[in-house]
Design a protein. Structure first.
Length: 233
C-alpha cells in the first residue's frame, strides 16, 4: 500500500477533534483541515435535475450542457437570492445551506421559486431555442429540504479539499431530491412544522403540501410532504 495512505488514515483516526459552534455557514477557510469542524443548526436544500443521463444519451452534448447549465445557474441564483449559501455543485445538483430564524421559510421559498423558474422560464426557453424542442422541453427536477444539527468538516488533502456536511439533515435532504413522483418539492415534518400559513396554504384555503408515504432513509422512516406549487421570484 502507498505509505502515505496508511499514515494519513492513522493521523485522521488518532487526532483529536477541534470542533466549534457556528452561527453562519462556514467556508473552507473557517474549518481546520486536520480534524477541524463547525457544528451548525441549519436547513439543507438539494436541487437535482431529473433524467440528465437520458438527455445526454439522446441529445447532442452541447445541447445537454446548455440545459444542465441553465438549471444549475438558475438554481444557484434563486438559492442565493433567498439567503442560501451554496456549498456544493455535483453535476446537475446544487446544495445550499440556510441558517437563522427564517431558514426553513427561506429554503421553501427558494424551492417554490425554482419550480416556477423551471416551469415558466427554462422549459419555454428550451422549446423556443431548438426546432425539435417539443421533444425534450419537459425537463423535471426535485428539491429536498430537511433541517437539524450538522457537523461541517473538510475532506481531501491540502489544496484539494472541500467541505463535507455530516448529519441527518443533509443526508435526508439529498435523498429527498432523488424522489421521482411527479411532485417537485419535498420537505420533512421537521421543516413543515416550522412554516407559517403563507407556506401551508395558497389561494385562501388550498393546501400546499400532500403527505408522501413510504419514505425511508438509512432504515429510518421519514415524515415527508410534497408539492408542485410554484411561487414566482
Amino acid at each position: 500500500m502507498y505509505p502515505s495512505v496508511e499514515t494519513s488514515v492513522g493521523e485522521i483516526f488518532s487526532a483529536p477533534w477541534n470542533i466549534t459552534n457556528g452561527r453562519v455557514v462556514p467556508t473552507s477557510e473557517d474549518v481546520v483541515l486536520k480534524n477541524g469542524g463547525k457544528r451548525v443548526t441549519a436547513t439543507y436544500l438539494y436541487a437535482d435535475l431529473a433524467d440528465s443521463s437520458k438527455l445526454a444519451q439522446t441529445l447532442l452534448p452541447e445541447t445537454t450542457a446548455k440545459i444542465i447549465r441553465s438549471y444549475v445557474n438558475t438554481a444557484a441564483r434563486i438559492l442565493r437570492h433567498c439567503g442560501g449559501e451554496i456549498r456544493s455543485y455535483d453535476g446537475d445538483r446544487v446544495m445550499a445551506i440556510f441558517v437563522g430564524e427564517k431558514k426553513n421559510h427561506n429554503a421553501v421559498r427558494a424551492a417554490l421559486g425554482l419550480e416556477w423558474a423551471v416551469a415558466e422560464v427554462i422549459r419555454p426557453a428550451i422549446k423556443s431555442t431548438w426546432s425539435d424542442g417539443d421533444n425534450f422541453y419537459r425537463i423535471n427536477h426535485a428539491v429536498g429540504i430537511d433541517t437539524g444539527e450538522a457537523l461541517i468538516v473538510r475532506g481531501g488533502v491540502r489544496n484539494h479539499n472541500d467541505l463535507i456536511s455530516i448529519g441527518e439533515a443533509p443526508n435526508v435532504a439529498a435523498k429527498l431530491s432523488e424522489i421521482r413522483s411527479g411532485q417537485s418539492t419535498f420537505v420533512t415534518d421537521r421543516v413543515k412544522n416550522e412554516l407559517d400559513e403563507n407556506f401551508l396554504y395558497y389561494d385562501g384555503n388550498k393546501r400546499i403540501w400532500d403527505r408522501v408515504y413510504g419514505i425511508s432513509v438509512g432504515g429510518k422512516s421519514q415524515g415527508v410532504h410534497g408539492t408542485t406549487v410554484q411561487w414566482a421570484i
